[in-house]
Design a protein around this ligand. Structure first.
Ligand code: CP3
Length: 339
C-alpha cells in the first residue's frame, strides 16, 4: 500500500512528494472516452463497476499517488430532489431552480446509503482494488447552492447574489439544507471506506471575504467538524481563493487546496502548520518537457517549508491536455522530490 499521500496530508516526512490531479479521471484520457462512448455521464456516475474502471485509469496509466472517487458534486443535489441533466457540450442543467422557500421545501435531506448507494458501492469496490489511498468528495455548500439557484453554470451569479443580499434568510436556509445533506453523504463515504475527503468550493472566489465569512465558511466549518470523528484527512479547496486563505485556514481542514494564482511559498506562510495541496496552473502542462520539469522543480523547491505538500494542479486538468504531458508531470514530481 502506497500511503505517501496520507502521510503528506498529516505533515509527516515522505520519501517523495505525492501527486494527484483534480479531474484526473476524465475526458483527456482516451480510455475514459471509450467507456463514456457507451453511456451518458449520469449513467456512468450511477454504475459502480464503470466508476471503478475510470477511477483506476489515471492511477494505473499515469502513476498517481491517490485515487479520487469518480462521481460528480451535483449527484448529491439530484438525490436531494433537484432533477439534473447533462447535455453534450454544455454544462449541468437544473430546470427546477431553487429561488423561493416553496422550492426549497421540496428538497429533502436524503439518507445517503439509500439515495446514493451506488457511490458507497463504488467506494467499497475500489477499496478492494486500490494500492493507493481513495479520496471521497462533495461540493462545498456555496458552490452547490450556485448551481441550484442559477439552474446551472454561471458567469455573473446574479441570482445567487440577489438571494444572498435580498433574501438572506432564504439563502441561509438553503445552505443549511445542503450542509445537512452533505454531512450525511460524506459520513457515509467515510463509513464505506474513503480514506480522505475533499470539499470542492469551485465558486467561493466570487465572494468578498466578508461575504465568504458570513455566507459560506460557517457551513464548511460545520461539515468538517461533523467529519472529525473519522480521523481521516479533510481537504478544503476554494478555487480563486488566494484572498480567502486566512479565512480558509479556519475551516477546520487538515489540508488547504491552492489554485495557481498565488505563489506557493506565500500561501504556505499564511497556512502555517497545515498541509497544502497544489498548485500548478493546469495549462502549464502544455509546456515543452524541459520547461515543464523546470517549472515543477521550482514549485517543489518553493514548497520546501510546507508542513506537508501534496502536488496537484491549481484546478482540474483540461479536457484537451495530452495524457503524455500529465505523465511527464507525474514522473517529474516523483524524481525531483525524491529525498
Ligand atoms: O476529479 C476526478 O477525476 C473525479 C471526478 C469529478 C468529476 N467532477 C467528473 C466530471 C469531480 C471531483 C468533479 C467535481 C465537480 N463537478 C466540480 C468541482 C471541481 C471543479 O471542477 O471546479 C464541479 C463544479 C462539478 C460540476 C460539473 N460537472 C460541471 C460544471 C461539469 C461540466 C463541465 C465539464 O467539464 O464538462 C461536469 C461534468 C463532469 N464531471 C465531467 C467529468 C469527467 C465531464 C462529463 C463528460 O464525460 O462529458
Amino acid at each position: 500500500m502506497n500511503d505517501t499521500f496520507l502521510k503528506a496530508c498529516r505533515g509527516e516526512k515522505t520519501a517523495y512528494t505525492p501527486i494527484w490531479m483534480m479531474r484526473q479521471a476524465g475526458r483527456y484520457l482516451p480510455e475514459y472516452q471509450k467507456v463514456r462512448g457507451n453511456v451518458t455521464f449520469l449513467e456512468l456516475c450511477k454504475s459502480p463497476e464503470l466508476c471503478v474502471e475510470v477511477t483506476l485509469q489515471p492511477v494505473d496509466l499515469l502513476g498517481m499517488d491517490a485515487a479520487i472517487l469518480f462521481s460528480d458534486i451535483l449527484i448529491l443535489m439530484e438525490a436531494m430532489g433537484a432533477p439534473l441533466e447533462f447535455h453534450e457540450g454544455s454544462g449541468p442543467i437544473f430546470r427546477q431552480t431553487i429561488r423561493d422557500q416553496a422550492a426549497l421545501d421540496r428538497l429533502i435531506v436524503p439518507d445517503a446509503d439509500e439515495a446514493t448507494g451506488f457511490v458507497m458501492e463504488t467506494i467499497r469496490l475500489l477499496r478492494q482494488e486500490l494500492q493507493v489511498p481513495l479520496i471521497g468528495f462533495a461540493g462545498a455548500p456555496f458552490t452547490c447552492a450556485t448551481y441550484l439557484i442559477e439552474g446551472g453554470s454561471s458567469k455573473v451569479f446574479w441570482e445567487t447574489k440577489k438571494m444572498m443580499y435580498r433574501e438572506p434568510e432564504l439563502f441561509h436556509n438553503l445552505m443549511s439544507k445542503i450542509t445537512d445533506s452533505t454531512i450525511l453523504y460524506l459520513q457515509a463515504q467515510a463509513r464505506a471506506g474513503a480514506q480522505a475527503l475533499q470539499l470542492f468550493d469551485s465558486w467561493a472566489g466570487i465572494l468578498a471575504p466578508c461575504d465568504f465569512a458570513e455566507f459560506a465558511l460557517p457551513y464548511v466549518q460545520k461539515i468538517l467538524a461533523a467529519l472529525k470523528q473519522f480521523d481521516i484527512p479533510l481537504i478544503y479547496f476554494a478555487n480563486n481563493g488566494a484572498t480567502l486563505l486566512d479565512l480558509s485556514v479556519a475551516s477546520g481542514a487538515d489540508v488547504i487546496g491552492l489554485d495557481w494564482r498565488i505563489p506557493i511559498g506565500e500561501a504556505i506562510k499564511k497556512v502555517g502548520n497545515k498541509a497544502v495541496q497544489g498548485n500548478l496552473d493546469p495549462f502549464a502542462l502544455l509546456l515543452p518537457k524541459d520547461r515543464l520539469r523546470e517549472r515543477i522543480g521550482r514549485l517543489l523547491e518553493d514548497a520546501g517549508n510546507a508542513h506537508g505538500h501534496i502536488f496537484n494542479l491549481g484546478h482540474g486538468i483540461h479536457q484537451f491536455t495530452p495524457p503524455e504531458q500529465a505523465k511527464i508531470a507525474v514522473d517529474a514530481v516523483h524524481e525531483l522530490s525524491s529525498r
